[in-house]
Design a protein around this ligand. Sequence first.
Ligand SMILES: NC(=O)C1=CN([C@@H]2O[C@H](COP(=O)(O)OP(=O)(O)OC[C@H]3O[C@@H](n4cnc5c(N)ncnc54)[C@H](O)[C@@H]3O)[C@@H](O)[C@H]2O)C=CC1
Ligand SMILES: O=C(O)C1=N[C@H](C(=O)O)C[C@H](O)C1
Length: 233
Amino acid sequence: MKIALLGYGKMGKTIEKIAISRGHTIVIKTNDEDGYDITTADVAIDFSVPNAAFFNVVKCFKNGVPVISGTTGWLDNYKKAEALCQEENGAFIYASNFSLGVNIFFELNKQLAKMMSKLESYKVSMEEIHHTQKLDAPSGTAITLAESIISEHNTYTDWSLLSNKENTIPITAKRIEDVSGTHAVSYTSKTDTITIEHEAHNREGFALGAVIAAEWLQDKTGVYTMKDVLNIG
Ligand SMILES: NC(=O)C1=CN([C@@H]2O[C@H](COP(=O)(O)OP(=O)(O)OC[C@H]3O[C@@H](n4cnc5c(N)ncnc54)[C@H](O)[C@@H]3O)[C@@H](O)[C@H]2O)C=CC1
Ligand SMILES: O=C(O)C1=N[C@H](C(=O)O)C[C@H](O)C1
C-alpha cells in the first residue's frame, strides 16, 4: 500500500517504521496542510494537531483517498466530517486510541459501568497521564471512556476536568515527561476502590493499530470504528 502520513511527528515516525516492516511504502510525509498530491496515496493516516485534522480528512474525502485519523482534540467537528465522508462517498476511521489493548479496555470499561450502575455506594473517577508535549486535555481516550460510562451507567450525564458536581465524572489529567499514555477508571465506596487501568509502554501499539486499520479500510467506503476492524466486543 502507498501511504500518506499527514503529520510526521512522534506518531508519524512510529507509524512509518511499522508500515515499512509490513511491506508498505510511504509516499507522502508532511507537517503541512498543502504542498503534496494526496492522490498519489492509496490511503492516508492523519496523526497531526487538533486544528489541522478536520482539513486533512476532508481533503482525503474530496480526493477519494481512504483516511484514518488518530488526532485527538477536534471532536467538535467529528459529526461534520462523518457527514462529509458520506456525501463524498469516502472512507474514514477515527479512533481516540488505535491500540488493541485500549480497545479491549474500552469493552471492559463498558461492562464494568453496566455492573456498577446498580451500586449507588460507589462513585466513579478517572485519571489520565501523558507526556508534557500533549496539546489536549483530557485525552481523547479519557473522553471515549467517560462517554461509555455515561451511556452504560444510570447516574452520570456528563464528564469534567476535576469536578465535584453531582452526576458528573471527574477526570484528572496529569502531564509527566515521557509517559506514552496511562488511563485508569476507579469506583470508590466508603470501604474499597475498584480500579481498571491501561498503561501504554511505548507508541508501537497505537501505530500498529493505525496501520492495521489502514490495511482494512483501503478498499472500502463508509465510516467505521476500530470495533469493526478488530471484531471485538
Ligand atoms: N488515536 C491514537 O491511538 C493516538 C492518538 N494520538 C494523537 O495523535 C496526534 C499526534 O500525536 P504526536 O505524533 O504525539 O504529536 P506530535 O506533536 O509529535 O506530531 C504532530 C505533527 O503534526 C504536525 N502538523 C502541524 N500542522 C499540520 C498540518 N496542517 N498537517 C499535517 N501535520 C501537521 C506537527 O508539525 C507535528 O510534527 C495528537 O492529537 C495525539 O493526541 C497520539 C497517539 C495515539
Ligand atoms: O497524545 C498522545 O500521546 C496520546 N493521545 C491519545 C489520546 O488523547 O487519548 C491516545 C494515547 O493515549 C496517546
